[in-house]
Design a binder for this molecule. Sequence first.
Ligand code: NAD
Length: 574
Amino acid sequence: MDPREKLLKDLQIGCGKARPVKAPKGSQLHCKGWYQEAALRMLCNNLDPDNGENPDALIVYGGLGKAARNWDCFDAIVRTLLDLENDETLLVQSGKPVGVLKTHTSAPRVLIANANIVPHWANWDYFHELDKKGLIMYGQMTAGSWIYIGTQGILQGTYETFAALGQKHYGADLTGKIVVTAGLGGMGGAQPLSVTMANGVALCIEIDPSRIAKRLEKRYLDVAAGDLDQAIAMARQAADQRRPLSIGLCANVGDILPAMMDKKFIPDVITDQTSAHDELNGYFPRGISFEDALKLRKSDPDTYKEMALNSMAEHVRAILAMKDKGAVAFDYGNNLRAQAMKKGVDNAMDYPGFVPAYIRELFCRGEGPFRWAALSGDPEDIKVTDEALIQLFPKKTKMINWLKMAEEKIEHMGLPSRICWLGYGEREKAGKLFNDLVREGKVKAPIVIGRDHLDCGSVASPFRETEAMKDGSDAVADWALLNCMTNVASGATWVSFHDGGGVGIGYALHAGQVTVADGTDEAENRVTTVLRNDPGTGIIRHADAGYETAIDVANDKGVKLPMINMYGAHSGNV
Ligand code: NAD
């Protein structure tokens, strides 16, 4: 059978209902070029049941984060990508394919805009109105931009955060320390493994038993406890023995934190990754069972939202109380503090977000979540890329340790993939290396290179990536737009721009890019240009805000910064 026809059949295109989707694998093309093929495979990969959290509803992760607006739109995107010419560009508006334009061969093959609402109206209520009318879709970050790679995608960043926390507060790793957190969803599920990788003990509260089961099965979580007393006993014993352990506890975090305080149990570290950014579809209020909450969401959303926000206020009060008793508290990028402020917790910001606390210095060096996937579907290809990277950067011992640990501990979900934080200059070299591996036939099919939208230059998010910027420019979103336009101009294969993401509608604007290394000279040019300029905007953004490290990196590595006055008083170097 013709491969195109076979694919349409395999993906049950036109069946009009939800179905399990698996990305095509191997070196056989179904589209008219690898760029379109890559977009098609990565869209399918986001919805792979091993990968996405609720693929029947097209939800990939992070509350409502979707890959396509509905199944008809999914079908239409697949059909359009199959027919898309090498000089055409598909436009996707909030998960719906809306047009194909004649552009040119070096242009992106897909341009995506998700959940963008004119700022005055950019809030959840208005979003839900538009959603009901079928006019919009929540794209989260990598869900609607087709570069989600399962929980691994956030694993290294989460590990880096806990490792940096250990270094900053204990002068070492997390040996003998207990971290309490909640949420074992798509992203939060990375927490237990990250804490144990940093040698600590994680006690993770999750209300949905299926999420605990999934993390146990995928070996992100070690054990489940039957109740709070057992969980505390297990955590204390492991910490006393200086043994890494992750424990899941099926409960509502809103009930558990006050119960911990009653039992005089104060963890060393307290944080949270429930989907607090979305009070309707992401966070479960206390005082109601999981099943009843799911029903109430549908039958009386207003009451649900009120209950959820009130619970979040109590949740943050408990975190603040634990902090007062000596716990290290930090916000893990889910907007929990701002939600609690809506219900009168005026001092919610008394504990910091994770970016200013642990990540900003990395952003100043252009470091961020570089990730790639093997379109062949063969895990051997990822091994080849891991080994090649180790040879390319033999002095990066932290990276080498990470890649070895990842190889050993991480089960691939969907298409085999890898994440690895790389800095300015390094990403470009890694991109060329991967393109060479494809060119030389060392891997079996092209490699897709992308990143999270949580990166150094791509996002404006005052309660997360741009919290507490040195010059007060936290809410200036020009930077995210400049990053998006830079990626289009540099020849990324697909580029996206979203509102919302990890902190919810109205709180963040951010851009994504994905670029395909298919072994050709053209791909080498695109990959190196994108991977130089994309983190380059991060250096520029942080240099402009006055961060010395970013200015030094710009000067060392030749990122041109125009001088603003004749005395060179600004950070400029040209
Ligand atoms: P998700 O929706 O897949 O998972 C959230 C989990 O929290 C679910 O399993 C849910 O059952 C659980 N939960 C909700 N309320 C609870 C409660 N009261 N008690 C116990 N469990 C509860 O979301 P995700 O992809 O894991 O992301 C989690 C949050 O982190 C989101 O707000 C997301 O935007 C944010 N996020 C942070 C980062 C980061 O780098 N820190 C990155 C991406 C996303």
